[in-house]
Design a binder for this molecule. Sequence first.
Ligand SMILES: [Cu+2]
Length: 363
Amino acid sequence: MNDDGVPPLPDLLALRTDRRAFLSRAAVLGTALPALGTALAACSEPRKAGDTDTHDKPQAPEPGRDRPPHEHGNDDAAPVGAGAAGYTRYDPALPPAGSARHVQVRMTVKELPVHLNRDVVVPAWTFDGTVPGPIVHVRQGDTVEFTLDNQGTLPHSMDFHAAQINPKVAFRSALPRQSLSYAFTPRYAGAYLYHCGTQPVLMHIGSGMYGAIIVDPPVPLRPAKEFVLVHSEFYVSKDGKGGWQFDYQRMLGTLPDYVSFNGIANQYMDDPIRVKQGDRVRFYLVNAGPSHPCSFHIVGEQFDTVYLGAPPGNAIQGVQTFGVAPGGGMIFELDCNVKGEFPFVNHGFGHGQKGAIGFLVVE
Ligand SMILES: [Cu+2]
């Protein structure tokens, strides 16, 4: 054990290569989350000014690599989480909106382990088992009838940024094993965040409770290949049992360990977003934060149109990079007339380097 009670590296490697050990650990993760909630009430000492960021954490991956350097050399081993929290690329394609004008949206709170990259797994609080939660796609003027079923062990709630509604009523928390419902009608089109609004909100967003709701304008935008990217940062520390956990003190410190598009660092470098030459491409970029902006840029390309607010208005032309605030969403469009591999990045490169980077491949 080192001085903070964390098992030394060989134990971590053993966990990684021993599937049975992992499965038993995954079972423990389910009980670790309530402890996380309790830990909020008993916060550890805040870091002092001038403290350097030297806590023992997964190394930030470099572009093109998604595993911490200390875990290299085990490439033949089954990935951590196989069979329990399998690594699954988050599909960025915007699903079609249905034809109904009354849209039923139901989500279930599930507490389970998720991947932050191919190898690092943490217990998370999720909407429907994924981080981000499912993409919701509706149209301006639809009535969204939403139900949240809380199958977690703590109170949770839902705050749709596409809604104009009394938050004290609609965004109330549902206790474990209870549900809540409310309805709203999006007044503006755009790319919006949804997230759990239960206190402390930082902890709930930082533990995986967020996603995107895309609202189409009454007159559809011109046809395009449409993708949703939800940007977010993650803050983790060792859990004392050989695994990793989300760390509220580190969230308060706002120096992230991983930054991602759609919940997994570097996932679209391994498995790019592919389009054809001549395609028009539309990115709905939603920034869950919880604390940092995303300066969205595509290396070797330019956006001919960026909608700062509700489309089809609020457009600016000829844009290299535009910042999306935490809690915000914007729409980025380009014609892919040139073949190649184009990195899309958070051009705040400290955060791009931590995983907010992927490839748009034009074939
Ligand atoms: Cu929550």
